[in-house]
Every structure is written in C-alpha cells, then in structure tokens.
Ligand binder design. Structure first.
Ligand code: TPP
Length: 631
C-alpha cells in the first residue's frame, strides 16, 4: 500500500503543510488505506469512501482542533480519525478497547462531540458557536451532516433556531442521495431539484475561469452573483441560511475554495456538497447499501453474499411479518430508515403499499403508527432499542396513554457488539416496564419470538417484543402461529436452593449454570405482566432468587421481580445480574458478556460468591466483576 504522503501525516498541521496539488495523491492513498483497513476490521465502508476529499479539505482549510468540526452520526469520520493521529490505531477499530467507530470526546481533542445517533450535529455545533461567543472567543464551528440525517426533526429544530441565534455557523451538507437505503421524502426531492436546477459550482468556476480570459467579460464577471428571487430560493435560504453549492465533493480544488468562501462569511451558512457513496471502489459504488456496514472482507473479492446460516432474530421477525401480512391486510410496517437492518426488505418488496420508510424520524414513526391504529390499521413499528429512546414521549403520550394497539418489534435489545455504548440496547426493559398499558415480551429463542410477535399483534393494546442482535439458539421455528398465555412464565428446570429467573436469550447461559448448581431455571418470557404467582411460589420455596437480563440492572427486570417480592413481604435473598450502572464499551458480544459476568462461568461465580460471602463481610448486593473500561 502506498503511504508516501499519508505516512508523514500525524496531525492536521502536517496536512496543512502540503501543497494544494499534493492533496489528490493523498486522497488516493487514503482510499487504499481505508479499503485495506476496513477489510481487516469491518466497519462503515461506503460512507467513508465518500468523505475522503471532504475530510481532507475540512482539515486543510480550518484550524482544527481550535475550529470545531462536528460529524453527524460520525460513521463517515474514519478519514478524520486517520488524519488526526489515529492512523495506526485503525487496526483495532471497533474492537474491545480499540478505537471507536464514531467520534468520541475522550478519544481525541479533534472529536469535538460524541455522535452515532443521527441528526445531532447542527444543534451541538450551534451550542458550540453560541458558547464560543459567550466566552468572547473566535473560532469557526462546522457541522457535517448527510442528507439522510438531515431528514430528522432535530436537524430542523436546530436550523430553525440558528437564524435567531445570530452566530457564525457552517453546515456542510454531504448529499449522496442515500441514507442507508435510498433517501426518502420531500427533502430528498428538494435536494434533487437543487442538484438539477443549479449549475454545480465547480462547472461555474471552470466556466468563469475560461470566460475571464476574454477581456470584455472581465467586468461582467466581477459583479456579485445575482440574488435568487424569493420563488427560486432554496429551503435553506427560507430558513435564514446563506446557501452555496452544490459543489463536487470529490474535486479537492473546488471543495477547498468553497469551504474557504463559506467559512469566511458571517451568519448561518449551508454549503451543499455532492458526493458518491462508495466512491472509488466499484462494488461499493454500485451497491452502497450492501457496503454501508461490512464485516471483515477481502477488497479484491468483495463481500460474500449471505449464506444459509442460522436465521437471526431479525430474519425471524421479517418472515413472521410477511406471513402475517398475507393473512391480515390491515398490517402495515413502519421503519425509521432501517429497512435492511430491521429485516423489512422482503415485506417492502411484497407490500410496497403497506411499507413506510419515514426517514430518520423515530418520533414521527411512533406517532404515525398511533394515528394508523386510530383508523383500524395494525401498525408494526420495527425499531432498534437504542433508537426508540428518541421516541420515548411519543411512546408514552401517543401510544400507551391512549392504549392504542401498536406492536413494537424492538431489535438490538441488549449488547450489540462493535458499535458500542451508543448502540447497546441497554435500557429498554427499564424504560418500557414503568409505563402502564404495554405488554412487554422477551423471547429466549427464535420460536418464542415468532409466537410473541403473533401474541402482540392479536392484543388490542400496545405490545413490544424485544430481541437481540444476531442468531438465537438455533431452535426450529414452527410455521403455525400460536398465541401465548399472557403473563405466564415457563419453568425450564426444576432444582433446589437457587432459582434463576431469566429474561431473554441469556436463559441458555442460565440453563448451563443451573446444571452445575442443580438450580431451578425459569424462562420468564413476559416482563409485563410478570408471572407474579410463580415468582412468589419460587420465593417461598428457594433460598436465593437470581434474576438475569441483558439490560441495565437499574430499574430493569430484576427490579420488577424485587418489587413483587417486597410487596408480598417475603424475605428471600436476591441477586440481580445484568448490565452495570456504567456505559459498556465496544467488543464482541461474547467478550462483553464474559467481562460482565453474564455467561455461564460468570453466573456460577456470582451465585457462589453470593451464597458464601467472605467471613465478616456483609452479602454483596450484586456481583461486580472486573470493571470494563469504555475503550
Ligand atoms: C437516530 C438514528 N437513527 C438511525 C440511525 C442508523 N443510521 C446510521 S447511518 C444512517 C444513514 C445516514 O445517512 P446520511 O446521513 O445521509 O449518511 P450517509 O451514510 O449517506 O453518508 C442511519 C439511518 C442512527 N445512527 N441514528
């Protein structure tokens, strides 16, 4: 791999010493580096190939880290990481204690704001711009946001506020026409019209350069450009931004020029940059969706097409939804921009008239579903646990308070692995169980997942089925659909002394641990309503109740069990195993579970420690394994 220039850049100051005509060669080296490096670690490929030139130009023009760059989502910031002292660290990208796949303030002073959930950059940058002014300082603040991320309400709330704030702010819109899947909605069409209507700046610049050679035209060209009439203004101008572009985001000369110009103007600026997702790697350019996020792969071969491995919970959901929709035409599916990740590709193909990709708009997705339920549709909101956090008020106020029958298929519940703390579904059991009206189900295997989805859709009230990333235990999924008895747990192993109450797929670790201990092991199935009768019976017949969940211990399933026991005035000892009260870092799921004591060995050790505390010490409240550092 050629690293002639790249090898000399340890920080952006080194980059700024390069001559403008060296930047193109640097971009080529960076692309080669990215491909090879992501091939070894996995990560976000297409988006990063698209932002090579933009990242170079930003650090070339602006005085980072004094000037602030805020990357929206941050999944496209690998070149930024490489240019800001983390070139060699990319070898451990997204791995346990390695460099994060997203900007992290604790990782580098160049990572000005931690991101990973979309559409926060304009708000954060505006806050920084206002904070800078209040401190009497001078710096440029730049938000870099994709056209997908721009579709969220939060981005519009920030733009609405920006014009009033009276500060200098540059928003760079990285428009590649794509979210993870093709971008949707009216904003996408507006950008399309801008791209078609306006001559790209680079073409205009080239034209001006050649016309300037003709003497009589020089004075005409020197005049300031004609202002757009009210009718032809862009949405951004109506919102109080000065709009410039579109600029070819792969033309370094044009980019540097445009950033210098927009960066020197005062007030809110929006620079529209057009890029190609997957740029420079043919397989990713032709299929940016498949190459959005990749595992390890050989760039010479491309990614392997998915084999017939064990179905994931996502697959089980996607299949169930198609089967269900075939028998009930009221079923509609809603996704906030996660068609692929949520397993909805098949449904979207079969039922395009019942499929709604609403863009990165979780709040709208939930309230939209509530409205559909009011009119007798059966909405299924397919959503990641971590992204549902954003729509919590909509969940409470619009769905649960009105007791509307919306089914939430909550994917990525629990630890997700390499995406790390921003993406772990660590809190859903806590935040769901404290709100009235919802039935909350936690399947321990694939077949239970299908049965719970069916149970949820048959209820005339809100329901949630929460399942983890990846494949399950490999249990055969039965095609016929059966309702489950709501609120009924299943005893999977009868033992003595210790009873382990497992919520979700950790049941299988509990069963393995239960063998060694001769413990009772229960598949709790329902977090809400809880099988209170069984809990009380177990509390009376065992010495120790152990709760196990892939969720924060604080306020989670264990707390729910403890409330039942306390309300009955029973004095059984309890041990709550789950995620600790700190953010868990990235790493493979199995590594994280082991480090947190949530595998068979950890469960056994925790129970043994709880049963036989060291002499003189009180019983510890919970097992505390080695602290797991964030990185
Ligand atoms: C709140 C939220 N919802 C969903 C996602 C998942 N997600 C990650 S990147 C992405 C697409 C972003 O599109 P865009 O901003 O245009 O960036 P591109 O990948 O096209 O460069 C989505 C939906 C997220 N990170 N945050």
């Amino acid at each position: 791999m050629n690293r002639k220039l790249l090898g000399t850049i340890d920080e952006p100051a080194d980059l700024r010493r390069l001559a403008p005509d060296q930047l193109r060669a640097l971009a080529d080296e960076l692309r080669g580096f990215l491909l090879e490096s992501i091939g070894r670690t996995g990560g976000h490929l297409s988006s990063n190939l698209g932002t090579v030139e933009l990242s170079i130009a930003l650090h070339y023009v602006f005085d980072t880290p004094h000037d602030r760059i805020v990357w929206d989502v941050g999944h496209q910031a690998y070149t930024h990481k490489i240019l800001t002292g983390r070139r060699e660290a990319m070898a451990a990208l997204r791995q346990l204690r390695g460099v994060s796949g997203f900007p992290r303030r604790e990782e580098s002073p160049y990572d000005t704001f931690g991101t990973a959930h979309a559409s926060t950059s304009i708000s954060a940058a505006l806050g920084m711009a206002v904070g800078t002014r209040k401190a009497g300082k001078q710096r440029r603040v730049i938000a870099v946001i994709g056209d997908g991320a721009l579709s969220a309400g939060l981005a519009f709330e920030a733009m609405n506020n920006a014009a009033e704030a009276g500060v200098d702010l540059l928003v760079v819109l990285n428009d590649n026409g794509m979210s993870i899947s093709p971008a949707v909605g009216a904003l996408h069409r507006h950008l399309g019209r801008l791209n078609a209507r306006l001559r790209p700046d680079d073409e205009r610049t080239a034209l001006r350069r050649s016309l300037a050679k003709v003497a009589p035209l020089r004075s005409v060209l020197a005049r300031p450009p004609r202002r757009d009439s009210e009718a032809t203004q862009t949405l951004f101008q109506h919102l109080g931004f000065t709009y410039s572009g579109p600029v070819d985001g792969h033309d370094l000369e044009a980019l540097v020029m445009a950033l210098r110009k927009a960066g020197s103007r005062s007030g809110p600026q929006l620079l529209h940059v057009r890029t190609v997702k997957g740029r420079g790697y043919a397989p990713a350019e032709s299929d940016p969706v498949a190459y959005h996020g990749v595992g390890k792969f050989d760039p010479a071969q491309g990614i392997a097409t998915a084999g017939a491995g064990r179905p994931t919970f996502t697959d089980v959901f996607g299949q169930w939804l198609c089967d269900m929709a075939a028998c009930d035409e009221r079923i509609v599916a809603i996704t906030p921009a996660m068609r692929e990740g949520s397993g909805l590709v098949g449904f979207a193909q079969r039922h395009p008239d019942r499929f709604y990709d609403v863009g990165i708009a979780e709040q709208h997705a939930v309230t939209f579903a509530a409205g559909l339920a009011c009119e007798g549709r059966k909405p299924v909101v397919a959503i990641y646990s971590t992204f549902l956090q954003r729509a919590y008020d909509q969940l409470i106020h619009d769905v649960q308070l009105q007791n509307l029958p919306v089914l939430f298929a909550i994917d990525r519940g629990g630890l997700v692995g390499a995406d790390g703390p921003t993406h772990h579904g660590a809190f859903d059991l806590s935040y769901l169980r404290c709100v009235p009206n919802m039935t909350v189900m936690v399947p321990s295997d694939e077949n239970e997942c299908r049965r719970m989805l069916f149970t949820g859709i048959m209820l005339d009230s809100p329901a949630a089925v929460r399942y983890p990333r990846g494949a399950g235990a490999g249990v055969q999924v039965e095609a016929p659909m059966h309702m489950m008895r709501v609120g009924k747990a299943q005893v999977r192993r009868e033992g003595r002394g210790v009873a382990i109450l497992a919520f979700g797929t950790l049941l299988h670790e509990a069963l393995a641990a239960g063998e060694g201990l001769d413990a009772t092991v229960v598949d709790m199935r329902f977090l809400k309503p809880l099988d209170e009768a069984l809990i009380l019976q177990l509390a009376r017949s065992h010495e120790l109740l152990v709760t196990l969940e892939d969720n924060a211990v604080s306020g989670g399933a264990g707390s729910a069990v403890a409330e039942v026991v306390a309300a009955a005035d029973l004095a059984v000892r309890m041990l709550h195993l789950g995620l600790p009260d700190r953010f868990v870092g990235q790493g493979e799921r199995a590594q994280l579970l082991a480090a947190l004591g949530l595998n068979r060995e950890g469960i056994l050790a925790a129970i043994k420690q709880r049963e036989r505390p060291a002499a003189g010490r009180p019983f510890p409240l919970a097992y505390r394994p080695e602290p797991l550092a964030l990185h």
